[in-house]
Structure formats: structure tokens, C-alpha cells
Design a protein around this ligand. Structure first.
Ligand SMILES: [Zn+2]
Ligand SMILES: [Zn+2]
Length: 352
């Protein structure tokens, strides 16, 4: 079978590998869709604390496929089931795991990080993933591509659920990538009165706006904070999300917040980055500054239903699709920062 393998910092190559054999407590999935995430490109550039610059790993944690083999000690799963996975597998016995927060486990394992992930034609789902509830059967009506995108949506949902968005809220989204696109869709689905997206490139703003923005702000042309204040009639944003790894966006988001505003620092920054924030504003205006990472099995389950019921159309963020023979080109494309979401179809040779 073919696998797109990370071979150390900056290197990814298509390899011919033997098809993996599941152990008695594992299942084997034929992967039909695997989506490239910012985390994958970050690893490729050499920036993940759990994937060394000299490691070899099949990346990819946003994937869906069909079960083709089931270990003899595995119950409840059978060949032919269409499935997707929650990538972060908790240890199962720490305080966080006992609260159901597998994404907050300090001792987690993850597909595409510690375990070979989705950019290959067949992938092992480990015993820990099966017992942790990380394997999901997807509805018949859901495409593999949609199912692969439930994962990033579940991470957005994890951030979103604590922001308590109501139809009274003005939502500000900083960034124009696929995550920003999913937040625009969530804001629309939750009925936010105003949804403002801020970006630096006119063509990206044009691409993303139809997903749910009521206003766009091109920060290369106008002062983002002044423009958000103007668009909100001097009120500011009730909710803000930073969706690009730029420290200045965090400062801008805080400057734009209204009284009792809530924000989520969604995109992580480069390790060691420090940002100076006006904590007096947080104090006097009663702000809530939140963070989140990954998603729990419960978040994933809820995101799956948002997609199944058509409330969120995840495939609207997809701009490019590649076959397995083009996997290296797909990564080069994703690294170039063009378009929004890039999907690899491991069972197809060529799609471009
Ligand atoms: Zn991801
Ligand atoms: Zn744990």
C-alpha cells in the first residue's frame, strides 16, 4: 500500500509499505478521505513537541474510512462499517480522562503524532482508541470527506461551547483559514446578529465571507480595531476568536471586546511567545479570556450531529482535493497557504 510519510523536518515522501496487520484487539481501516490540518504542516516544518525532527511518522488525524479487518478480540465492530476517529486518545486513568476530557490528558497518544495516521491507504485503530470510545460509526448519509472534517469542527465546537453565543451577540473572527470558516458557520448556525471576519488578504476574505460573515475587514487597508468599533456602532464584539498564530491578533481581539465580552485564544502561538495584554480591561469590563485545544469524545459526538443534520456544511471549507499519487504536491500546496482546506483521497491515484 501507499503511505505519505513524514521523514524528518521538512521532508515528506510517498512510500510503498506492507499493509499493516491489526493485532487481536485492533481494527484495520481503509482510509477514504484524510484532510490536511495546520498541525500537519506545523509538524512538517519541524514544530511539534511530540514529533522529533528526525522521526518517521504517517501524519494525519482528520480521516474517515471503512473497517476492512477486525481483530478476534474486538467486539461491537465489524467489517464494512464506515467510521471516523477522535485523534487524541487519553490514558484512561488520570483526573482529566476520568472527567471525559481525553483532549486534556497529559499522557495522551494521538493518530498522526504518536501513532501512524490517515495519509496512508490502510490505518490501524489501536486498542486504546477502541476502548476510549474514539472510533465512531458515521451515518450512511455522510460522505467520507464530511466525516474527515468532523474532527476540526469538533475542536471549534469545544471552543465555541464555552462562549455561550446567543442571537444578541456580535461575533468577531480573526483569520481566514478553514478554522475561521467553521467558526463563521457556527456563528451563523447559532444566530449571532453580526459576524465580522478580519483578514489581511482580499481574495481570502472574498472566499470565506459566504460561509457566514455579515462584514469583512481587510486589515491590510484599514485599522482592524477602528473598523470593528465602527461596524458595531462603538459597542465592540461580544465574542472574539483568534484563528491564526499571530500574537497581534490576540491584542486586537481584546481591544475589540465589548463589556462582558468573551474570547478564545484558538490558535496557539510559537513556543515561548509572550503577549502583553491590558488586564485592567479584563478586570473592569468583566471579560472572559478562554483557551481550548483539541476535542473530547463528547465534543466530537456533538460536532458529528451538527454535520449530519446539515447545520454546519463542513465541505464548504474545502478548496482543493488530491489523490494519493499527488500527496507530496498536496502538502506543498497546503504549506503554500493557498486556499482553505486540502483533502487527500488515499484510494485515488490522481484528482488534480
Ligand atoms: Zn487538525
Ligand atoms: Zn489521561
Amino acid at each position: 500500500m501507499k503511505a505519505a510519510v513524514y521523514q524528518g523536518q521538512g521532508r515528506i515522501a510517498l512510500e510503498e509499505r506492507p499493509q499493516p496487520q491489526p493485532l487481536d484487539d485492533e481494527v484495520l481501516v481503509r482510509v477514504f478521505a484524510a484532510s490536511i490540518c495546520g498541525t500537519d504542516t506545523k509538524v512538517l516544518r519541524g514544530g511539534h513537541f511530540r514529533v522529533g525532527v528526525n522521526d518517521t511518522r504517517v501524519l494525519g488525524h482528520e480521516l474517515a474510512g471503512e473497517i476492512v479487518e477486525v481483530g478476534r478480540h474486538v467486539s461491537h465492530w465489524r467489517r464494512g462499517q464506515r467510521v471516523s476517529v477522535v485523534p487524541n486518545i487519553g490514558c484512561g486513568h488520570c483526573d482529566m480522562c476520568r472527567k471525559g476530557l481525553n483532549n486534556m490528558c497529559a499522557d495522551y497518544k494521538a493518530f498522526g503524532i504518536d501513532i501512524d495516521g490517515g495519509f496512508q491507504q490502510h490505518m490501524i485503530v489501536t486498542a486504546g482508541a477502541i476502548s476510549g470510545g474514539n472510533l465512531f460509526e458515521i451515518p450512511e448519509t455522510m460522505s467520507y470527506e464530511e466525516a474527515s472534517l468532523v474532527e476540526p469542527l469538533s475542536c471549534c465546537f469545544n471552543a465555541w461551547k464555552d462562549l455561550s453565543v446567543t442571537p444578541e451577540d456580535r461575533v468577531l473572527i480573526l483569520g481566514t483559514g478553514p478554522i475561521a470558516g467553521m467558526f463563521l458557520q457556527l456563528a451563523r448556525a447559532y444566530g449571532a446578529r453580526q459576524v465580522i471576519v478580519v483578514g489581511r488578504r482580499a481574495e481570502r476574505l472574498e472566499e470565506i465571507a459566504p460561509l457566514g460573515a455579515t462584514h469583512t475587514v481587510d486589515s491590510s487597508r484599514v485599522d482592524a480595531v477602528d473598523e470593528v468599533m465602527r461596524l458595531t456602532g462603538g459597542h465592540g464584539a461580544d465574542v472574539a476568536l483568534t484563528c491564526a498564530p499571530a500574537p497581534e491578533l490576540q491584542v486586537q481581539a481584546l481591544s475589540c471586546l465589548a463589556r462582558l465580552g468573551r474570547m478564545n485564544f484558538f490558535s496557539g502561538l510559537n513556543k515561548g511567545t509572550r503577549v502583553e495584554l491590558d488586564t485592567n480591561k479584563v478586570h473592569y469590563w468583566g471579560l472572559k479570556l478562554l483557551g481550548s485545544t483539541g476535542s473530547s469524545v463528547e465534543d466530537y459526538s456533538r460536532a458529528l450531529r451538527l454535520v449530519e443534520t446539515g447545520q454546519i456544511r463542513v465541505t464548504d471549507v474545502v478548496t482543493h482535493r488530491f489523490g494519493m499519487g499527488e500527496a507530496v504536491a498536496a502538502f506543498e500546496h497546503a504549506l503554500s497557504g493557498k486556499g482553505m482546506k486540502t483533502i487527500i483521497y488515499p484510494q485515488e491515484e490522481k484528482l488534480q
